[in-house]
Design a protein around this ligand. Structure first.
Ligand code: BGC
Length: 732
């Protein structure tokens, strides 16, 4: 028998189908103009405002007709065949909105895991998988495409993003968006821009020069938008240069719409609109309006448009943009198609991402893969007998059957419900047992160090799991593993030299115990099939091919801001809500565009593990680098598997010198799957913006000699090869 909520969801889904027939194909601009011409004044503020679609919320919100429980709902215009926008969070899978929908979805691994694959095709497949599940549930807009850079490893949302490099982030976010939109579901790119910490996210003011922003965080979005052509951009909560991102003429009008020629629409983050004037500054749609002080982009906007031609022009433009994206992605002609979800097939996509995203950080004397010689295996900690951890907040995905366990993080208010440490139902202990049928595999939960240490005594291998919960709304204070897990690992590694550490962390952590361990795997938040993915890497069914998308510092003292802005003054009560009025500046001009590894290179600081780093069970050789300058520079080189096993290498090409100025910038990458002994030729072109400086009105590539090197990481570089460049000016 159907549960009540499932029946309600089914009913609502049916009513959301369109009455009007599909319009004949024409280009989206023409179609938008045609529809716009038919809209009445009252219809012009329908698409400009949305609500949170949660049955638990009071009006004006709750569940309007046609809504599905999800992050948001924007009514459509059935008379004109314009579909309602049914929105779900979806960076890592179709999110579960405060646990209100229990219809299950496939959780991809975290953004950091996705980025560690360095594999755009796989990330695109992940996006398509999410969109197909979303469509099956009746959604046609996904709040996905997280592309903020990891300026600080303590960022509570680092796990949702794709690391610290603009090229890697841009390419992968673009791939995810492409995958989503291939299923006729609009994707956002978010949170535009410089939303790089959660502490005080509702009022922190980011200070950064235009040039530094364009060369770093904005470049990541620029690349993602060019490649993915998202129907919408979600502006962020924070301020930039004294203006809220959703009310920022600089970000929305000048950078996004003027310089990048963006044709889609800007939707606000939920509760990020300060005033109706945001419409003039480039905001096109107010989302989750019940979280703002007022529904600004409804009657107040209509009133402003009646009185002021500037608002009237914007109102027309807002509708044109929203309609254009609906038509460009084909929402009206391809409405969500309800179908049963093939969780087995979708789980394979999640597992493939997890397996390619796991990074082998240390492997002393070939401790891994674990062989059949290991007869007594001890598994400790990390709820490895239960599941794998996921990140908290709006991106959290509830798998079939719900979470295996939730460890609450405390806090109060609505947010507390989605910030807990939820464990996906994918059990690493069971997966290890399945791959070691002849071994005795024991488990200790690790709550008491003495108990776990005692159990190591006769173990051939100790596998200790450690988890670091991260959540939207809350940064982590430092790089330690919480709840005494560093002490646990230290004790186990001292007691048994064959101790292998499996980290399930949101981002980089410090490893005070590193030198005493046999091996370390960074498995991130590995998603719906994390258990088997981890076991497959531990036992060598899969060769680890993940590479770090962000620097692991050895301590916070190495960071541009050893003290996180606001950490001392803002109460850690989930996002600093209600604590506005404090002036808090995050000074990103300290590092400028030298984010992550570029900062470490500039300061000559040796990290614990560098950007791009990751070991394999086989060995690789990269060489024969040749550069040819033409309209763009082409790099060609070879990559070989020189070891005994098949594997996959990630060729990374770095700029190391730009016309006499020492640099460290990733300018190209390619993941290459190789058979043992195979050598392959690779060539790639270099985006000139990666060689350029932003100089006021555009990019300047200075004339001179440019030097590049292939790298196994940002600090392990091969010989540099030079090429002479004429120099050029490029439009934004
Ligand atoms: C988050 C967004 C999310 C929105 C809707 C906000 O709190 O910052 O990423 O899309 O909620 O759930």
């Amino acid at each position: 028998m159907k549960t009540l909520s499932a029946a309600v969801i089914g009913l609502l889904w049916t009513t959301s189908s369109l009455a009007a027939p599909a319009a004949p194909a024409a280009d989206p601009d023409t179609r938008a103009a045609t529809t716009l011409a038919q809209m009445t004044p009252a219809e012009r503020t329908v698409l400009t405002q949305g609500v949170m679609a949660l049955p638990v919320l009071p009006p004006p919100g709750g569940m309007p007709a046609g809504a599905i429980p999800g992050a948001g709902f924007v009514a459509g215009l059935p008379r004109l065949g314009v579909p309602a926008l049914t929105e779900s969070d979806a960076s890592l899978g179709v999110a579960y909105v405060f646990g209100l929908r229990h219809d299950g979805a496939t959780a991809l691994p975290s953004g950091m895991a996705m980025a560690s694959t360095w594999n755009p095709d796989l990330i695109q497949a992940g996006g398509a998988m999410i969109a197909s599940e979303a469509s099956a549930k009746g959604f046609n807009v996904l709040l996905a495409g997280g592309a903020d850079l990891m300026r600080d490893p303590r960022n509570g949302r680092a796990f949702e993003y794709l690391g610290e490099d603009p090229l890697l982030t841009g390419v992968l976010a673009g791939a995810a968006i492409t995958g989503i939109q291939s299923a006729h579901v609009i994707s956002t790119a978010k949170h535009f821009a410089l939303n790089d910490q959660e502490t005080a996210r509702h009022f922190v003011d980011v200070k950064i020069s235009d040039a530094a922003a364009r060369e770093s965080d904005l470049l990541a979005f620029e690349i993602a938008i060019e490649r993915g052509r998202p129907g919408s951009i979600m502006c962020a909560y924070n301020q930039v240069g004294g203006h809220y991102a959703c009310d920022s003429d600089y970000l929305l009008n000048q950078v996004l719409k003027r310089d990048w020629g963006y044709k889609g629409f800007v939707m606000s983050d939920w509760g990020a609109v300060p005033a109706v004037s945001a419409a003039l500054d480039g905001l096109d749609q107010q989302s989750g309006a019940q979280l703002d002080p007022k529904v600004f982009l409804a009657q107040p906007l209509a009133d402003a448009a009646a009185a002021d031609p500037k608002y009237a022009a914007r109102l027309t433009d807002m509708n044109r943009r929203i309609l254009r994206s609906i038509y460009a992605v084909g929402l009206d002609t391809n409405p969500p198609a309800r179908h049963a979800i093939d969780f087995a097939a979708d789980g394979k996509v999640a597992q493939a991402v997890a397996e390619e995203g796991i990074v082998l950080l240390r492997n002393q004397d070939g401790a891994l893969p674990i062989t059949a010689q290991a007869k007594r295996i001890l598994v400790v900690g990390g709820y490895a007998d239960t599941g794998v951890i996921s990140g908290g907040g709006s991106s959290q995905v509830e798998g079939l059957g719900g979470p295996a366990a939730i460890v609450p993080l405390g806090g109060s208010g609505p947010f507390a419900g989605i910030t807990g440490e939820a464990y996906q139902r994918s059990n690493p202990l069971a997966a290890i047992r399945a791959l070691a049928p002849a071994a005795q595999v024991r488990f200790r939960d690790g709550r008491y160090i003495s108990d776990a240490v005692l159990a190591t005594r006769d173990a051939d291998v100790v596998i200790v799991f450690a988890t670091q919960g991260m959540t939207e709304g809350l940064d982590v204070p430092d790089l330690s593993l919480p709840r005494g897990q560093d002490a646990l690992i230290t004790a186990l590694a001292a007691a048994n030299p064959h101790t292998v550490v499996v980290l399930e962390t949101g981002g980089p952590v410090a490893m005070p115990w590193l030198d005493n361990t046999a091996a370390v795997l960074e498995a991130w938040y590995p998603g719906a099939r994390g258990g088997p993915a981890i076991a497959n890497v531990l036992f060598g069914q899969v060769d680890p091919s993940g590479r770090l998308p962000g620097t692991f510092p050895s301590s916070v003292d190495q960071l541009p801001r050893p003290e996180l802005p606001g950490a001392a003054t803002v109460e850690p009560n989930f996002e600093g809500r209600g604590q506005g009025g404090q002036a808090l500046v995050a000074d990103y001009d300290i590092e400028g565009s030298d984010v992550g590894y570029r900062w470490f290179a500039r300061m000559g600081r040796p990290p614990l593990f560098p950007f791009g780093f990751g070991l394999s069970y086989t060995t690789f050789d990269q060489g024969d680098l040749r550069l040819a300058a033409g309209k763009v520079i082409t790099a060609s080189f070879t990559v070989a598997d020189t070891g005994p096993r098949d594997g996959a290498d990630v060729a990374q090409l770095y700029l190391v010198d730009a016309a006499g100025k020492a640099e460290r910038r990733l300018v190209g990458f390619q993941k290459v799957a190789l058979k043992a002994g195979e050598r392959r030729a690779v060539s790639l072109t270099i985006d000139p913006r990666l060689l350029a400086d932003w100089t006021g009105a555009g990019w300047t590539v200075r004339p001179g000699t440019y030097r590049f090197a292939l790298g196994a990481s940002a600090t392990d570089l091969g010989p540099a090869v030079s090429v002479d460049v004429k120099g050029e000016k490029l439009k934004p």
